[in-house]
Design a protein around this ligand. Structure first.
Ligand SMILES: [Zn+2]
Length: 120
C-alpha cells in the first residue's frame, strides 16, 4: 500500500513505473489544469482508456476535498473556543482552493491506479 502511494506521488506509470503520467515536473506545486501524457513514454500504456475516462476521477477529487475540509476543521478546533464558528468557513475555503490543483492531479493518479489492471 505504501509502495502504491509512493508511486502515485512520484507521478509514475502504473504499468512500468518508469514513465511519467503528467508532463509537469512538479506534482505538488504546478498551477493550472494538468497536462497529461497520452501514453507512457516507456511502455506505451494508454492512460485515458476511453473518452470521458477521467470523469470518475471527479468523485475521487470530491472525496479528497471533503477529507481535507474535515481535517482542516478538526485542526481549527484547537484555535477556536466554540465547535461551530463562522470564522472557520473562510479558512476552510482557502485551504480547499489552495489544494484544488494538487487534488486534480492526485485524483487522476488514484483513478488510474484503481483501474490499472483493467484493460479495454
Ligand atoms: Zn509505462
Amino acid at each position: 500500500m505504501a509502495n502504491i502511494v509512493s508511486k502515485i506521488l512520484k507521478n509514475e506509470c502504473p504499468n512500468c513505473n518508469n514513465g511519467k503520467v503528467f508532463k509537469d515536473k512538479s506534482f505538488f506545486f504546478s498551477v493550472g489544469f494538468p497536462k497529461m501524457n497520452e501514453h507512457c513514454s516507456s511502455c506505451h500504456y494508454k492512460f485515458e482508456k476511453e473518452p470521458g475516462y477521467f470523469f470518475g476521477a471527479m468523485f475521487v477529487n470530491y472525496a479528497l476535498t471533503v477529507g481535507e475540509g474535515i481535517i482542516t476543521y478538526l485542526f481549527l478546533l484547537n484555535f477556536f473556543e466554540k465547535p461551530i464558528d463562522l470564522r472557520m468557513i473562510p479558512i476552510i475555503c482557502c485551504v480547499i482552493v489552495l489544494l484544488c490543483f494538487f487534488n486534480i492531479r492526485l485524483s487522476r493518479m488514484i483513478w488510474i491506479y484503481m483501474f490499472r489492471r483493467y484493460s479495454v
